[in-house]
Design a binder for this molecule. Sequence first.
Ligand SMILES: *[C@@H]1O[C@H](CO)[C@@H](O)[C@H](O)[C@H]1NC(C)=O
Ligand SMILES: *[C@@H]1O[C@H](CO)[C@@H](O)[C@H](O)[C@H]1NC(C)=O
Ligand SMILES: *[C@@H]1O[C@H](CO)[C@@H](O)[C@H](O)[C@H]1NC(C)=O
Ligand SMILES: *[C@@H]1O[C@H](CO)[C@@H](O)[C@H](O)[C@H]1NC(C)=O
Ligand SMILES: *[C@@H]1O[C@H](CO)[C@@H](O)[C@H](O)[C@H]1NC(C)=O
Ligand SMILES: *[C@@H]1O[C@H](CO)[C@@H](O)[C@H](O)[C@H]1NC(C)=O
Ligand SMILES: *[C@@H]1O[C@H](CO)[C@@H](O)[C@H](O)[C@H]1NC(C)=O
Ligand SMILES: *[C@@H]1O[C@H](CO)[C@@H](O)[C@H](O)[C@H]1NC(C)=O
Ligand SMILES: *[C@@H]1O[C@H](CO)[C@@H](O)[C@H](O)[C@H]1NC(C)=O
Ligand SMILES: *[C@@H]1O[C@H](CO)[C@@H](O)[C@H](O)[C@H]1NC(C)=O
Ligand SMILES: *[C@@H]1O[C@H](CO)[C@@H](O)[C@H](O)[C@H]1NC(C)=O
Ligand SMILES: *[C@@H]1O[C@H](CO)[C@@H](O)[C@H](O)[C@H]1NC(C)=O
Length: 744
Amino acid sequence: MKKLHPVGLLHSFTCLLLCATIAPARADIRREAKALVNWKTSLASADGSLSSWLLANSTSPCHWMHITCNADGSAIRKLNISDASLNGTLDEFDFSAFPHLKKLVLFQNDLYGSIPAGIGDLASLVQLEIIKNQYLMGTIPRSIGRLKQLTTLQLEGLGLDGALPEEIGNLTSLRKLSLYSINLTGSIPSTIGALTKLRLLHLRNTKLTGCIPLEIGNMTELLTMDLSQNYLQGQIPDTVSRLVKLRILELSKNQLGGHIIPELGNSSIISYINIARNSFSGAFPPSICMGGALTVVNAEYNRFTSLDDLTFQNCTTLEHVEFTENNIVADLRGCFGKSLENLRSLILGKNQLHGTLLTDQGEVFLCNSTYLELLVLSSNNLHGHLSKCLWDLPYLQFVDVSSNSFSGVVPFSATPKLVLKSLHLANNNFRGTFPSVLKKSNRLVTLDMGGNNFSGAIPSWISKRLPRLRFLLLSSNMFDGIIPPQILQFRQLQLLDLSKNKLTGPIPNDFANFTGMTQEQVGNMTYRFLQAEKLQIVWKNGGYVYTSTIAFMAGIDLSCNLLSQEIPKGLTTLLGVRYLNLSRNHLSGGIPRDIGNLALLESLDLSQNQLSGEIPPSIADLKDLGTLNLSSNGLSGRIPTGSQLQTFLDPSIYSNNHGLCGSPLQDCVNPSASKQNETDQDEDRETLLLYCFVAAGVIFGFWLYWSMLLFCNKPWICEFYQQIDNIQDKVITKIAAYRSSGLE
Ligand SMILES: *[C@@H]1O[C@H](CO)[C@@H](O)[C@H](O)[C@H]1NC(C)=O
Ligand SMILES: *[C@@H]1O[C@H](CO)[C@@H](O)[C@H](O)[C@H]1NC(C)=O
Ligand SMILES: *[C@@H]1O[C@H](CO)[C@@H](O)[C@H](O)[C@H]1NC(C)=O
Ligand SMILES: *[C@@H]1O[C@H](CO)[C@@H](O)[C@H](O)[C@H]1NC(C)=O
Ligand SMILES: *[C@@H]1O[C@H](CO)[C@@H](O)[C@H](O)[C@H]1NC(C)=O
Ligand SMILES: *[C@@H]1O[C@H](CO)[C@@H](O)[C@H](O)[C@H]1NC(C)=O
Ligand SMILES: *[C@@H]1O[C@H](CO)[C@@H](O)[C@H](O)[C@H]1NC(C)=O
Ligand SMILES: *[C@@H]1O[C@H](CO)[C@@H](O)[C@H](O)[C@H]1NC(C)=O
Ligand SMILES: *[C@@H]1O[C@H](CO)[C@@H](O)[C@H](O)[C@H]1NC(C)=O
Ligand SMILES: *[C@@H]1O[C@H](CO)[C@@H](O)[C@H](O)[C@H]1NC(C)=O
Ligand SMILES: *[C@@H]1O[C@H](CO)[C@@H](O)[C@H](O)[C@H]1NC(C)=O
Ligand SMILES: *[C@@H]1O[C@H](CO)[C@@H](O)[C@H](O)[C@H]1NC(C)=O
């Protein structure tokens, strides 16, 4: 008998041992491969990346696309099928075949049907991401609660609906829960408080209703809570103060209300609070910055009524503050008089703030905010002067102090550091000449000084010194003198509003360099604070134009001045303008023949001038014209016809012109009308001729009879015959007149 070699023995033993462990492992991966191929065949289609999924080719799927195996190749660890145009359902996916799967990612495909309950069989799953499969419907299965190992759950951009199952609270290992842009019904289950390891809670735009559960305060590891864009109601629960690690609180666009708990700012690390667009009321809590890390607070569109003197004390880290459209009654300097040295944007429009903003005493808060970029104080009750320190802030790009009671002259600074892109001074009591400090603002895009008491001439340097200007609004001031011809050197200007001033002289004529209006504005302008732009222009009978549309807007308003001479023909080369208002001036001459070239024109007002001649027929080419006013001029002739013009039924838009006729005014007496009635007239003429000839015969006979009977020596008889002759002449003249009118 052969003696067994000890080494050989050992060898066989090792082999046996290995085979014993490998065999079931091989079985596992074979089962997985089979399950995948099975599912693949159930799909209507997929892109080429799944063509490697073939059982015949290889026993191991570890080299297939989208698949990552364990280090020893014994099982699939990760299945990430992204952008593979999967068209089919998950119904045939045998989840139970993947007991070792740790990550499942299905990103951007065309899966439909629902998420099967079998997904709960993925016993080892740590990460589940199903994102951007908009046809995936149904509810989140309750079985999801069985995924005990899950640390990341992301369901985003799916067609799901139904409630968030309370089994979500069984996922006690979860660190990241992100449900975004799916339509959930019902409220946040209170079981969510069991997710005590959660660091990121993201339930944005999921249509959730009801209150924020108290239990949310149990998620003490939470760093980010985003419940924005839902229909949540009630108050922020007090228990939120237990979230001592919270850095980001995002609750905007809900229906939350009540008071804000003072402890909100207690967290020593909270840095971002957004509660905008809710119904919070009362005083904004003091010491919001107590934690010492707050950088952003956005509370716009709420009903807060006051800010405490202490609210922004110690806010040395604060960068962005927004309180637009609340009802805050407070002294601005009381609340923001502290040194907010890191402040970048301060947005307080539409409140009832009072007091002065800035004085020249040098003790102001804002002048120390070296990094300030955006300042919006519009629509408050502020008064006093502007300080020149504004021009010395090296990063300031956007200033809106419109609709307050600020007064005085716009201060001058010899060495301004202006990087201003947008300056809104409208609707205050500013006076003085055009601010010369703007000579240095060569980055300015928007300048709105309307509704003040500015006077003097519009300086000829503006186009040269403000080469990037797109929006220039100087209306409702007391500017006089001529419109400097240099104004047409603005190459990017889209809006020119000089209305309601005392400007005289002609409208400059050479538009060759006025390229901002020569073509359609496609809204390609971008700059950082474009979103904050809001301008008031007279547009289709008045109104505001907001950000989204302002970039597309182009137009000219010179109304209500003392401008004279003709409307320059060059205006009709500005093919991009959407509105043109030259009303209430002393313009004479005709309406330019090519007015119809302005194909985008939606609003045209030339009323109350001394325009004469006919309305050019090309006006009927203005397909988008929605507002037209030509009244109170000296226009004459027929009103042109055209499908768009037919929609103007109100005759007052043509009224007070001596010679206009045609719809919607009274009909013109015109050749075509007389032609229609020509047959009637012919008949009339024949009858008249017959009558005349008979009459002439009778008269002639009568005259012959008397002359034969009596001698023509009696004066009264001659006079009588003379009269008869006259009648005869008149009849003949009338016939001649008829004939000529008929030939016309
Ligand atoms: C088998 O797989 C390899 C690698 O993925 C591929 O190059 C080959 O074409 C496949 N063979 C068949 C018959 O599909
Ligand atoms: C999944 O794959 C896509 C593209 O192949 C990749 O961008 C993404 O990071 C992957 N996701 C995970 C969780 O591995
Ligand atoms: C999926 O496939 C079906 C059947 O081939 C087809 O009707 C449907 O349009 C496809 N869906 C998408 C999103 O391509
Ligand atoms: C959610 O519902 C709205 C209608 O309320 C619908 O327009 C939207 O497409 C739905 N979103 C998804 C992801 O199904
Ligand atoms: C899972 O969640 C349900 C509903 O919240 C609960 O009744 C059940 O006890 C939980 N199961 C486990 C094992 O925690
Ligand atoms: C969770 O929060 C609720 C209410 O705040 C509390 O009653 C409960 O004891 C907390 N549960 C745990 C496990 O801490
Ligand atoms: C908030 O901070 C203040 C001062 O540190 C402290 O007295 C108070 O107890 C804190 N409140 C909460 C709810 O932690
Ligand atoms: C501001 O800081 C000072 C000094 O640390 C402190 O005494 C004061 O209470 C703080 N004020 C607020 C409103 O937090
Ligand atoms: C502004 O800064 C100056 C100098 O750094 C300082 O003296 C002054 O107190 C500061 N003003 C405010 C309101 O903090
Ligand atoms: C247009 O601009 C050019 C170059 O700046 C200048 O030479 C020319 O005079 C301008 N034309 C008009 C009409 O302003
Ligand atoms: C934006 O539009 C203007 C004309 O309106 C054009 O000159 C410019 O090149 C465009 N810029 C971009 C980035 O498209
Ligand atoms: C034609 O004459 C009739 C009768 O005189 C009159 O009622 C009608 O308005 C006239 N038609 C036109 C087009 O003038």
